[in-house]
Write a protein that binds this ligand. Structure first.
Ligand code: SAM
Length: 267
């Protein structure tokens, strides 16, 4: 399905998750939430037809954007002329090395109305580069934002909640209805701010082990941790972590997973 094109741009491509924001009030709220400051290094993921790009550029003067759709590069560059200095990286965001992009300069402030079909891979990719990032403002499916921010005991709490909250402060900001986009998505949306925690703050000794424990725990979320983590954590690890082996993953707070993963680390 595609929507009528904006002059100078082609039709929206469903396969690329193209739902273009057009409602000025929401565009302004996102730009205000980012509130770029002099010296910030701003990067936008998926600029599309420039709904956020042009206001950000006008406000900040310089912006790097990462857009996979080659057909959008020329019209976007034309639309940006005269508004500031726009660098366009025509690549799959999942292949972009954000640490190299920051290049030892100021940490990046990343913005994006993300393609919903690959939002989780993008979030995990950004976690891998969190040390190079100051903050992120993302529009996502509302249900994904709820999962990101959920606490233990809630149905929405899962692997995404634990991994993101271990790496970042997760702050849901506001909701956005389907009518604010062209074409409208079938779901409600929400904007969230992510602020990476200082390296080491969560106390994770081995990130790969932490990730494996969380993945296994929620891979079979109805099982007790004793069963879900068989082979990864034995009775000594549960005792060292002060977690009852009969607990289910959805009841364990982020710090509990950190203790379990650390206890499972070889000395
Ligand atoms: N920022 C625009 C707006 O708010 O109107 C467009 C948002 S649209 C939801 C998502 C954008 O991400 C599209 O421009 C799409 O082409 C782009 N995109 C999709 N997959 C991508 C990928 N793997 N890497 C980079 N950009 C991608």
């Amino acid at each position: 399905m595609s929507s009528a094109p904006v002059p100078g741009f082609g039709r929206a491509k469903k396969a690329l998750g193209q739902h273009f924001l057009h409602e000025p009030a929401y565009i302004e709220r996102i730009v205000d939430a980012v509130s770029p400051r002099p010296g910030d290094r701003l990067v936008e993921i998926g600029p599309g037809q420039g709904a956020l790009t042009l206001p950000l550029l006008r406000r900040h003067g310089t912006l790097t954007v990462i857009e996979f759709d080659r057909d959008l590069v020329a019209p976007l560059t034309r639309a940006a002329a005269g508004h500031g200095s726009l660098e366009v990286i025509n690549r799959d965001v999942l292949e972009v090395d954000f640490t190299a992009l920051a290049g030892g300069g100021p940490p990046l402030r990343v913005v994006g109305n993300l393609p919903y079909n690959i939002s989780s891979p993008i979030l995990f990719h950004m976690l891998d580069h969190a040390a190079a990032v100051a903050d992120m403002h993302f529009m996502l499916q509302k249900e994904v934002v709820e999962r990101m921010a959920a606490g233990p005991g809630s149905k929405a709490y899962g692997r995404l909640s634990v991994m993101l909250q271990a790496g970042c402060l997760v702050m849901p900001l506001f909701e956005v209805p389907p009518e604010a986009f062209r074409p409208p998505p079938k779901v409600d949306s929400a904007v969230v701010r992510l602020a990476p925690r200082p390296p080491g703050e969560a106390g994770i000794q081995d990130p790969a082990r932490f990730s494996a424990v969380v993945r296994a725990a929620f891979g079979q979320r109805r099982k007790t941790l004793r069963n879900a983590l068989a082979g990864l954590c034995g009775p000594e690890q549960f005792e060292a972590a002060c977690i009852a082996p009969g607990t289910r993953a959805e009841q364990v707070p982020v710090e509990g997973f950190v203790r379990l993963a650390n206890a499972a680390c070889p000395d």
